[in-house]
Design a protein around this ligand. Structure first.
Ligand SMILES: [Zn+2]
Length: 387
């Protein structure tokens, strides 16, 4: 458990703090109704709690407090005084301590412990802070986002698990950042790694894409186009990137978005992954590349049918992803650096064990050669079946 940084809490306040850490910020705030949206915050370590919520918890815990004090709780000034009596210090929202680029947390729960806010949503703001945070998690199966890039604009899937994505909640926040030219924090978790505040990003554009929702249905997804910026106080985005962004926005605003239909097939996904319009400009290609690689990854997972594609696999992990899908890692058998393209014929789905053997095992070389063959064979089998 995190220790509060304020010294000498009353026993009642300590109990309230314990409850806060046990039940979670959201539950705690529900339990102890905050009075105003612009409530002052009380800080523990890097976590913040609305002043009146904490005061309400203390009042409830402390049997010595009279019914009178309960009534007075609606007046924030009294809540503040009450907190002072318990050794708690209230700060205004301005006291928020911003995370630094490179800060790491093992899980979203740990991020939440440090800064509060929603612990599941992909696009959130921390209490007392205006900046929008985007979380990208490679561990979320076929719904994972694409590799972020330092050099090129990259796509980030909008928020919303079911049905067409809309400009509400997180997506509305990103739209505000786009319109207002505000920077966002981009957080990323690589497979098996930690959530890292990777870098500041400008939101330079958005476009529609076809996607699959959590119920396996085809739907319209918003793809936000992000671009890394080095200095959040002095935002510099190359003009050609801004141009691509503006063109994508105009395009999106002009049309109703893609036609969606249930469950795209392997062939459709494969087509989306490797088809490249020869008239497409280089910048257009850069922006669309992440979207193509995502389609490739989905195609491979569809082909694998929740099973490791290594024929000598000794067994899939018993555990599953939160989404219910098998724990599989999609791997380029030929390596992107070696000219291997984002084509399903060059990719396999492997369980974590087989993936590790293929990358760093004693027989890695011969594994790789065999997997090249398997990727090609499984791909053409799918092509022939016409599914
Ligand atoms: Zn395996």
């Amino acid at each position: 458990m995190l220790e509060p940084t304020v010294g000498r809490l009353s026993q009642t306040a300590q109990l309230a703090v314990d409850e806060l850490y046990t039940s979670g910020l959201a539950q705690f705030a529900r339990q102890h109704k905050r009075q105003k949206a612009d409530d002052q915050l009380i800080r523990f370590g890097q976590m913040a709690v609305p002043l009146t919520s904490m005061a309400a918890a203390i009042i409830r815990l402390n049997t010595d407090i009279t019914a009178n004090a309960r009534t007075d709780l609606t007046a924030p000034i009294n809540a503040e005084r009450l907190l002072g009596e318990h050794g708690l210090d209230a700060h205004t929202a301005g006291g928020f301590q911003s995370p630094e680029v490179g800060d790491q947390f093992l899980s979203r729960t740990d991020v939440w412990r440090a800064y509060g806010g929603d612990r599941n949503a992909g696009i959130i703001r921390f209490p007392g802070d205006d900046v929008v945070n985007c979380f990208s998690d490679d561990d979320s199966g076929s719904y994972a986002d694409d590799e972020p890039s330092v050099f090129e604009p990259f796509g980030y899937r909008g928020e919303g698990l079911h049905g067409d994505q809309k400009f509400i909640r997180g997506n509305r926040r990103l739209e505000e950042a786009l319109q207002g030219g505000s920077v966002i924090r981009f957080w990323h978790r690589p497979l098996g790694g930690a959530f890292t505040f990777l870098y500041w990003c400008a939101v330079v554009g958005r476009r529609w894409d076809r996607g699959i929702d959590a119920d396996g249905r085809s739907r319209k997804e918003i793809v936000w186009i992000l671009h890394k910026v080095s200095d959040p106080l002095n935002v510099e985005v190359p003009e050609h990137v801004m141009e691509v962004g503006r063109a994508e926005i105009a395009n999106m605003n002009a049309g109703p978005g893609p036609e969606v239909k249930d469950s795209p097939s392997y062939l459709e996904l494969r087509h989306r992954a490797i088809d490249r319009d020869p008239n497409q400009s280089r910048h257009d290609y850069l922006v669309r590349r992440p979207i193509r690689s995502r389609a490739a990854r989905r195609a491979v997972l569809l082909r694998a049918q929740n099973k490791c594609e290594a024929p000598w696999c000794e067994g899939m992990p018993v555990d599953r992803l939160e989404s219910g899908e098998a724990i599989l890692e999609v791997d380029h058998v030929d390596g992107l650096a070696g000219g291997g393209d984002d084509s399903p014929s060059n990719m396999v789905a492997l369980c974590p064990n087989c993936h590790a053997s293929k990358t760093r095992g004693k027989y890695a070389k011969s594994w790789q050669r065999k997997l090249v063959e398997i990727a090609r064979r499984n791909d053409s089998a799918m092509m022939q079946s016409g599914k």
